[in-house]
Write a protein of this length. Structure first.
Length: 173
């Protein structure tokens, strides 16, 4: 029987994570971004997660710190992504397991919200909602409806605001 295990990455996983990202995305931008994120102060090693299937890494997700700037001031929240599952293992719930694990691990670390710039239809099923419902936008060149968000603490996004992704993310666009 196939068993999926989600755990935090270790340096031994870096090349396997590259392979996952290079196979899931069309170019190298996501793999390179993850490498750059690891060197950045926004990176949280405990929130860079791999999915192992029978001991082989088949999926990866990373959550990193971003700023939310609103009229009420500045706070630090999390941005989910890039996220990837090798094409040969997609549609089997591995992505779902990665997201559930990422959300579950973010809560005890006391972050109060998560945003995702990506396919909204995918993330809504995990409890993410259109960020526009809170008046939250971001500094990436994406359509408004491509930004979804989840409060980990009630009211965390009620002041709206702009999510400031670090410049590193702009390489994706
Ligand atoms: C998106 C991705 C991580 C999902 O991983 P997964 O393990 O296949 O996800 P799950 O099995 O948990 O869920 C599969 C469901 O996700 C949905 N889904 C997959 N890709 C999607 C996409 N690009 N847009 C919207 N929904 C998508 C489908 O509804 C699918 O349901 P189905 O299996 O009934 O067709 C994976 O397909 C992937 O790596 N894609 C390429 C990279 C990418 O686009 N990453 C996300 C960037 S925001």
């Amino acid at each position: 029987m196939q068993q999926i295990r989600v755990r935090a990455e270790t340096p031994d996983d870096f090349s396997a994570i590259d392979v996952v990202n290079l196979s899931a995305f069309e170019g190298e931008a996501e793999a390179q971004l993850i490498g750059e994120l690891r060197k950045s102060p926004t990176f949280i090693p405990d929130l860079s997660l791999v999915a192992e299937l029978n001991g082989r890494i088949v999926g990866h997700v990373v959550l990193s710190r971003v700023k939310l700037v609103s009229d009420q001031g500045e706070s630090e929240i999390l941005a989910l992504g890039p996220m990837s599952v090798v094409p040969s293992q997609s549609h089997r719930g591995i992505g779902s397991e990665l997201i559930d694990a990422a959300v579950a691990r973010a809560k005890p670390l006391c972050y109060n919200a998560i945003v995702v710039a990506g396919h909204p239809d995918y993330y809504l099923r995990f409890g993410f909602r259109p960020a526009s419902e809170w008046g939250v936008t971001c500094n990436l060149p994406i359509p408004d409806d491509a930004l979804t968000a989840m409060e980990l603490v009630d009211g965390a996004l009620s002041g709206g605001g702009v999510v400031e992704y670090p410049d590193l993310f702009k390489a994706l666009f």
